[in-house]
Design a protein around this ligand. Structure first.
Ligand code: CFM
Length: 589
């Protein structure tokens, strides 16, 4: 709309997107209500993780710290972050989990990182799930022999280009040296074999696994193939995992503009693409949390600059394209980008307007991962909805408050556990993509590198920010805020829906998607419209609205004596449950 007129129409911002009309509820009262059930020690910790926002000066949030046992977290483990999130999507290498069968089984296609075979690259191993199936015998006598045999067997059957091995909790506990097994296998088989010490307990969440994975991908794959793609305007899309086909939408959009993707890390990506991604001109970062390490290391070693982008939401997609165009500074490319944005918006505008008529004024809350709780706020805003509460499961302070706080983040024992690679400029291959003068000129024109201002700077004042939310806090949020929709995951979806509030899974997309780029945005708007405006929610009486029935109190009524007692036990307040010995040692609370 900004292209057609200089004055925004009433109810629209200057970019031509509707202004949300809902108001932010009284967050201080809600915060107190959520915290008051906790015993003092738990409260002290949760207080730092549960704040009222101030976009001008984001308050310091407690993040990336251990979860209080018993609050029912949504977090995953370090193994999940490494094997499942960052490396698992590479489709033509074999991923072998060294551990009991459960760790493998639960990493078998449960994350919807889609991949399809390409011309010349017909292999897609993602449907396979490989495990050393450790049993009692290996736990007692060691599992290295079984691992070596498994690698050999897998190679014999599949003949992959590379094999990656992942350590699960018991492997670290019994001390199997997976790295020496991998080194020997590499020599024996003549292919790349490498391991990850990503035992589930290594960190406070899957975030530690991201870091371990970044280190390993950088050490064992990036830089192995010095063959730049011939196309101009080459970029890598970092932190995009092709959930529900998102990376394909982004790829198509970039292609339309004339921008070439060398590698998407790691959505629908091949081993070869990762090996040559250091030959690209620019790294654009979607998910800052999971891959900022790689962006930093590639800049130091190879001279590739990085910028933050976001292809979730129409307004954000347009901004991201323009930013990439500005980096290359080619007038033809810039013109083509404007043409593409105009085309995409012309197709999207009618959908937005239609949906907006039913969604403007509605509210959303989101508790997801380490980047989507931020990115998806833009999709809701595109159609006039307001985010009244949001939080990550495992992000760090910089994802909330912006990278400016990086120097002030305290490194605790849990983070120190994860190796920081010592990276230096490559003696022959380091090549800055821009001259210092070009960089200065870009900066003078308002362009910023390595910038991420975090979620809080883009949220309204007083909006609740909740890190690592507990089920108790979600229940309170629903009771006090009645958001029209909550974006979350499978672990709390059905709890939320039993309260009569629709829940959109923002990890797996409820088997839907894609939602990235303009085409994906249209899918999302329509789906949210359907979810919020279906009549089914009006037929449910939320359990907290039902009067307690003392005769059959179990599960009936939020304030029923039974439910109250259960919540108190969960919150560690039930005095009767504490053994005397613990009290004497001062372990309570
Ligand atoms: Fe990044 Fe992700 Fe996310 Fe993440 Fe994840 Fe995911 Fe996520 Mo689930 S890499 S931080 S560890 S954007 S699997 S694709 S949806 S929690 S918000």
């Amino acid at each position: 709309m900004s292209e057609e007129s200089t004055m925004p129409a009433e109810g629209y911002d200057k970019e031509g997107f509707p202004i949300p009309t809902a108001t932010v509820p009284d967050s201080e009262a809600a915060r107190e209500e959520m915290l008051k059930i906790y015993p003092p020690k738990t409260r002290k910790k949760r207080e730092k993780q549960l704040l009222a926002n101030d976009p001008a000066k984001p308050p310091e949030i407690g993040a990336n710290t251990r979860t209080v046992p018993g609050i029912i977290t949504q977090r995953g483990c370090t193994y999940a972050g490494c094997r499942g999130v960052v490396i698992g999507p590479i489709h033509d290498i074999l991923h072998i989990t060294h551990g009991p069968i459960g760790c493998s089984y639960y990493s078998w296609l449960t994350r919807r990182n889609l991949a399809r075979p390409k011309p010349g690259q017909p292999v897609n191993f993602l449907q396979y799930c490989m495990s050393t199936d450790m049993m009692e015998e290996e736990i007692i006598f060691g599992g290295e022999k079984k691992l070596a045999a498994a690698i050999r067997e897998a190679y014999r059957i599949f003949k992959p280009k590379a094999i990656s091995v992942y350590a699960t909790c018991p492997v670290g506990l019994i001390g199997d040296d997976i790295h020496s097994v991998c080194r020997k296998a590499k020599e024996e088989l003549g292919i790349n074999v490498f391991g990850f010490s990503c035992e589930g307990y290594k960190g406070v969440s899957q975030s530690a696994g991201h870091h371990i994975a970044n280190n390993g991908v950088f050490k064992h794959m990036v830089g192995l193939l010095d063959e730049p793609d011939p196309e101009p305007f080459r970029i890598n899309v970092l932190g995009e995992y092709n959930i529900g086909g998102d990376a394909w939408e982004i790829d198509t959009l970039l292609k339309k503009c004339g921008i070439h993707v060398t590698a998407t890390l790691s959505g629908d990506i091949s081993y070869e693409q990762i090996c040559k991604c250091h030959t690209s001109d620019l790294n654009v970062v979607m998910c800052h949390r999971s891959i900022n390490y790689m962006a930093e290391m590639m800049e130091v070693k190879f001279g590739i600059p990085w910028i933050k982008v976001n292809f979730i939401g129409a307004e954000q997609s347009a901004k991201s394209l323009r930013k990439i165009g500005k980096f290359f500074g080619d007038q033809k490319l810039l013109d083509r980008i404007e043409e593409v944005i105009a085309q995409e918006m012309a197709a999207l505008r009618p959908v937005m307007e239609d949906v907006k008529s039913r969604l403007q004024g509605k509210t959303a809350a989101m508790f997801v991962g380490g980047s989507r709780a931020h990115h998806y706020q833009h999709l809701f805003k595109d159609v006039g909805m307001l985010t009244v509460a949001a939080g990550y499961e495992f992000a760090h302070r910089d994802d909330y408050e912006g990278r400016a706080v990086l120097p002030s983040i305290k490194v605790d024992a849990d983070s120190r556990n994860i190796e920081e690679l010592d990276v230096a400029a490559d003696p022959t291959r380091f090549a800055p993509r821009k001259t210092p003068e070009q960089i200065e000129a870009l900066k003078a024109g308002g362009f910023s590198f390595k910038d991420y201002d975090g979620m809080m700077t883009e949220m309204k004042k007083s909006v609740l920010v909740i890190d690592d939310i507990s089920h108790h806090e979600i229940e309170k949020l629903i009771e006090l805020y009645h958001p029209d929709i909550i974006g979350s995951g499978i672990k709390d979806k059905f709890v939320i829906e039993k309260f009569g509030v629709p829940c959109k899974q923002l990890h797996s997309y409820d088997y839907g998607g894609p939602y990235a780029a303009f085409t994906g945005a249209a899918n999302f708007y329509r789906e949210i419209d359907r979810m919020i405006n279906t009549k089914v929610w009006k037929l449910i009486t939320p359990s907290w609205k039902k009067p307690a029935d003392p005769a059959t109190a179990v599960g009936r009524g939020f304030e029923s004596a039974h439910n109250k007692a259960t919540r108190e036990i969960v919150a560690g307040m039930a005095k009767a449950w504490k053994p005397k010995a613990q009290k004497a040692e001062g372990l309570e609370g």
